[in-house]
Design a protein around this ligand. Sequence first.
Ligand SMILES: [Zn+2]
Length: 85
Amino acid sequence: MKRIGRWRMTREHRWTAGHIHDYLDDDLAPDERGRVERHVGVCPECRRALVGLQRVLQGLMALRSPAPAGLAPGIVRRLRSEATR
Ligand SMILES: [Zn+2]
């Protein structure tokens, strides 16, 4: 049943998108981390989002440098507050 497969994918996609920050913050239970990792493994879009966020977070934490050019100030503020929580 292709329709059900696609519906499930959409549901996982939404769930993963909503939990990516918690995943990066290490705020998820092991089974939830597995769920994120499973979806990211099959969804290029979420993989890109995760890798991009990871890179930004690592940059902010490693350097504590000014925000990279082109990144919206609101995003930086949110990432910083989450990184220091
Ligand atoms: Zn996805």
